[in-house]
Design a protein around this ligand. Structure first.
Ligand SMILES: O=C(CO)[C@H](O)[C@H](O)COP(=O)(O)O
Length: 210
């Protein structure tokens, strides 16, 4: 089933809870965004999981090294899923995947900044992550590269696919039509004036493609 995933790239738990009060009913995955993880840490994971026990809570900690101790922090706080960078060492990605099993947790491998996505995805896929995510980082979103197009590099993988980077209401249906299991929306939900209304529209759109 395709999932609607909100990325809370905010600074405080209070800001995140305010957005969630509006979008919470419509989303499947709640991401504690990297800025929020840096600002409030594992406490953000704990508080939001306590408030939304039935949602999948994803700690976007973008692990680059120390696969086991880094993922321990998020899983112990109640995260259902963590991210590790596709650009990190093979050993790190394998360690995160192995460690997640202890917690019955999931792993998303984030391909942000990976140059040969197709080749790297094929390699990483063999280790059995839950998701491989094409991700156009903030700092290159103005170049016109689209994660919805980049998903073609994931063709044929066994893992589920995710796409992130600038997806908003105007591009959301295209993302749902593409081969994307987890559609990640950050600013397009968390930084609009009417997050509840936009989330409801997205929920209705994705419902046609589930
Ligand atoms: O991980 C991220 C940035 O590194 C963001 O969460 C991701 O890009 C989604 O946010 P947006 O839709 O605003 O691009």
């Amino acid at each position: 089933m395709k999932k609607l995933h909100v990325a809370l790239d905010l600074e405080t738990i209070a800001q995140a809870e305010k957005v969630l009060a509006e979008v919470g009913p419509y989303v499947d995955i709640i991401e504690i965004g990297t800025p929020l993880m840096i600002s409030e840490g594992a406490q953000a994971v704990k508080e939001i999981k306590d408030l939304y026990p039935d949602k999948e809570v994803f700690a976007d900690i973008k692990i680059m090294d120390g696969g086991q101790p880094m993922s321990d922090v998020a899983f112990k706080a109640g995260a259902d899923m963590v991210s590790v960078l596709g650009a990190s060492e093979d050993a790190t990605i394998k360690e995160v995947i192995e460690n997640a099993k202890k917690y019955n947790g999931k792993v998303l491998v984030d391909m942000c900044s990976v140059k040969n996505i197709a080749e790297r995805a094929k390699t990483v896929d063999e280790w059995g992550p839950d998701y491989i995510c094409v991700h156009v980082g903030y700092d290159i979103q103005n170049t016109g590269v689209s994660p919805i197009e980049e998903v073609k590099f994931l063709k044929g993988i066994k893992s589920k696919t995710a796409a992130a980077g600038g997806i908003k209401l105007s591009t959301f249906e295209d993302a749902c039509k593409a081969d994307i299991d987890d559609v990640v929306v950050g600013g397009g939900l968390a930084k609009v004036d009417n997050p509840g209304e936009v989330a409801k529209k997205m929920y209705e759109i994705i419902g046609q493609y589930r």
